[in-house]
Every structure is written in structure tokens, then in C-alpha cells.
Design a protein around this ligand. Structure first.
Ligand code: SF4
Length: 414
């Protein structure tokens, strides 16, 4: 769990401090405002993961002048997505477990940040599955800090919490909002002079139907969710072959993203001498071997076999360190350099070589998933198939190989 203090909280000065779960949306802003009115210090706490970012919360906390802490929960959230105790919402969103975990982490941070309780912007009955009264109780149970979770917007409809009983917060000045109508929240926004705020619950990929389909296919294909695979399926057109995962860029921006995400064992394919998509092929076995060797399971296996000559890859800088706020899918220094080389191949400046029969290169270009990816690249590039034949460039092991197709090969894909 990585923690980043965007604006470090000062020493506690007032008699109470709330650690506010903060999305940057209207409900969490209002929850904080209601507590501020009661002279409670606000320390905003937000989360980020591979499925959602912290941008709105950072922007919003900055405007409000609240100190903010960002916690990266990517590994924890993946575990929950794979095995949710309380199931999914409409898509692959395990909101009850996820929210319970966020509150639990907040509870673990109370002492570190001299906070007296956790506050959230939850509204009873606002979301049928994750914010009905029973779900709010489950979240508190999962969090392990019973009695310390205050929901200022609906507090008067819920059992009294410890901060209310201790007199840190006056229950009578909290609210009793229930249901999906936003009327009361909008009135409050006007009262506090709030003009711009993001829509609630926006931005989590797990609530996206398209991403859900891909992620479900991925779990079936790999047997589990790997962070590297998740990054790959966020981009482009995605195809699952029995032994390979193929992603094809839809435009220049996605091509660059794919170049940035591609791992060292991934095979990249693009049009040779013509503008077109960039595809990445992740072979199941090769990526599994690489992962095993990373954790030392297969130390000494034939790592690097086939790296005959690092004609283009040698010059690539390393991926470099990631910060918790960095978009993991953004093109790194290495990815940007790789994208430049891809463009040179498309411009015909670098020419792919025909692999020698029986060589490693010949084995790679004849691999079923690689051939399928080559055909997909041709399918999505009109310029590549102007004649009766088309060739693609296959980047692997530091070399660029040519893979040629005839019209009859790709016609069935059109
Ligand atoms: S929408 Fe996403 S981030 Fe929010 S609680 Fe649900 S799963 Fe978690």
C-alpha cells in the first residue's frame, strides 16, 4: 500500500479531526463542509488503483484547501475483484467489499493522522446495492472500526456513532438525507457556493460494461488478474486467443500507449512501410515464464534466449520508477522511444528482415497468435492491403522480422 501526502496535514489544533473519504464529488465535499461547520478539522483521504484515478479528488481538495492523502490500493482491489465476499454490482464492481476496504484502511490511518473518526459522503438509499442501510452496516462491519464511521449526510437516520456520543459532533446539526433524489444536495451546494464538482461515482473502470467484458475474459484466459494484463486490456481492440492475448491500437495515441505498456516478452506487430495500427501479442506461456523467473521460481531458465542482436532495443531506456500518481498506462521513456522506432518502420526507414528458415525468428512469425495479430493489423490498415500482398513487421528479441500475407489470407477477416 503506497501512501502519498499531497498536502501534509499540520499538527491537530482543534478538538476533533475527521479523516474524510474523499472522491472529489459533491457528496464527499458536503460531508466535509457539514463537519467544518462544527469546527471539525478535515483531512481528506482518497484512493487510486489500476481501475480509477485520484485526479478529481486532488483538484477538488486543492480548491477547498483541505490537506489530502492518496493511498494506492491496486493490489488490494485486484484481490477483491477476484474474490468479492459480497458479490458484484451491475458490472465487475464489488462496491461493498471495496468500500469496506477503503473504510478499513482509513481506520488504520486514524492514529497516524491524529484523527478521531472516519467520515464519508455516503447517503442511505442512494445506490440500491451499495448504499442501502444493510450495505452501510456491512461496510462498517468489513472496516473493523464499528462506531467510528460517521455519514454526516444521513447520520440522523443511522445509529449514533462514537464521535456523536462523545460530543465531538452535534448529531442535531447533521442531516437525514435518504434516497436517490439530489435535491437536498443541490440546495446545500448552493448554500456553500459550490459551482463545479464531478458527477458521483464516475471514473471507475469496474463499472464500465465494455471493460467488464474484457476483464471477465481475462480472468478466464489467465485464471487470475495480473496488473500487467489489466493495463493491456484498457487499450485498443482486445482479442483472446487460446495461447495469446492480442491488443490492437485504434489510433496513434493508442499505438503509443501500447508501446508504453508492452512488456519485455511481448511481441509487437505493425505495418511495414505504411501507416497502421500497432498490435501487442502477449503469449501466455512466455509471460508466465517471465513472471516465474521474476519471483525466482524458474531462476536459471533460458532467459534472453533468442536475443541475437539488440539493433533497436539496446538503445531503449529502462521503464523507470513509478510514483503512486503516475498513470501506469502512460507512455514511459522506453515506450516513447519504442513508439519512435515503430514509426520509422512504418515510414520505411527501418526495414524488417525475412527470418531464416529454422531460426528463432521463423518460429516466432509462424506462431498462431502472432499470425492472427498480423492479420488483424492488416485488417485495420487499408494502406497495408492495397496490393495482392501485405507485410507486417514483427518486433521480437531485439530484431524486426518480416511476416508476409497474401490476399487470400486476410480476405476472411474483412
Ligand atoms: S465504483 Fe469502483 S472504486 Fe467505487 S466502490 Fe465500486 S468498485 Fe470501488
Amino acid at each position: 500500500m503506497e501512501i502519498l501526502e499531497i498536502k501534509k496535514p499540520e499538527e491537530k489544533k482543534k478538538r476533533a479531526r475527521a479523516l474524510l473519504l474523499f472522491s472529489g464529488g459533491l457528496d464527499s465535499i458536503l460531508a466535509g463542509k457539514l463537519l467544518e461547520e462544527q469546527d471539525v478539522e478535515i483531512l481528506a483521504l482518497t484512493f487510486r488503483s489500476q481501475f480509477f484515478g485520484a485526479g478529481e479528488a486532488i483538484r477538488s481538495a486543492g480548491e477547498l484547501g483541505w490537506p489530502l492523502v492518496v493511498v494506492d490500493i491496486s493490489p488490494e482491489q485486484i484481490e477483491i475483484v477476484e474474490n468479492p465476499r459480497y458479490g458484484y454490482g451491475r458490472q465487475l464492481n464489488p462496491c461493498i467489499d471495496c468500500h469496506g476496504q477503503m473504510v478499513r484502511i482509513a481506520g488504520q490511518l486514524l492514529e497516524r493522522y491524529q484523527a478521531d473518526f472516519v467520515a464519508t459522503g455516503e447517503v442511505a438509499g442512494e445506490r440500491p446495492k451499495s448504499q442501502n442501510r444493510q450495505a452501510l452496516g456491512l461496510v462498517e462491519k468489513l472496516s473493523g472500526i464499528k462506531g467510528l464511521v460517521l455519514r454526516p449526510l444521513s447520520a440522523r437516520l443511522l445509529p449514533a456513532t462514537i464521535p456523536e456520543e462523545r460530543g465531538l459532533v452535534d448529531r442535531n446539526r447533521l442531516l437525514d438525507i435518504f434516497g436517490r433524489s439530489r435535491k437536498k444536495q443541490l440546495e446545500l451546494a448552493e448554500r456553500y457556493g459550490l459551482k463545479e464538482y464531478p458527477t458521483p461515482a464516475g471514473g471507475c473502470l469496474l463499472t464500465d460494461p465494455g471493460f467488464t467484458v474484457r476483464a471477465r475474459q481475462l480472468m478466464k484466459w489467465r485464471g487470475k488478474l495480473w496488473p500487467e494484463d489489466i493495463e493491456l486490456i484498457k487499450t485498443g481492440r482486445v482479442f483472446f486467443e487460446p495461447d495469446g492475448l492480442i491488443v490492437v491500437g485504434r489510433d496513434e495515441r493508442e499505438n503509443e500507449k501500447i508501446a508504453g505498456i508492452a512488456g519485455e516478452t511481448d511481441i509487437l506487430i505493425t505495418t511495414a512501410g505504411a501507416k497502421g495500427p500497432l498490435a501487442a501479442v502477449r503469449l501466455k506461456e512466455a509471460s508466465q515464464l517471465a513472471a516465474d523467473s521474476r519471483v525466482g521460481v524458474s531462476a536459471g531458465r533460458e532467459a534472453g534466449k533468442g536475443e541475437i542482436d539488440k539493433t533497436w532495443s539496446e538503445s531503449l531506456p529502462g521503464p523507470g520508477p513509478r510514483t503512486p500518481l503516475e498513470d501506469p498506462s502512460a507512455s514511459s521513456g522506453r515506450g516513447a522511444e519504442l513508439a519512435r522506432i515503430v514509426r520509422r518502420v512504418q515510414d520505411g526507414i527501418i526495414r524488417p528482415e525475412k527470418p531464416c528458415p529454422g531460426s528463432v525468428g521463423a518460429g516466432i512469425v509462424s506462431h498462431e497468435a502472432v499470425r492472427k495479430a498480423g492479420l488483424l493489423v492488416i485488417r485495420y490498415s487499408r494502406r497495408a492491403r492495397l496490393k495482392g500482398r501485405a507485410s507486417v513487421a514483427v518486433f521480437c528479441g531485439g530484431l524486426v522480422f518480416e511476416l508476409e500475407f497474401q490476399k487470400a489470407d486476410w480476405e476472411k477477416y474483412l
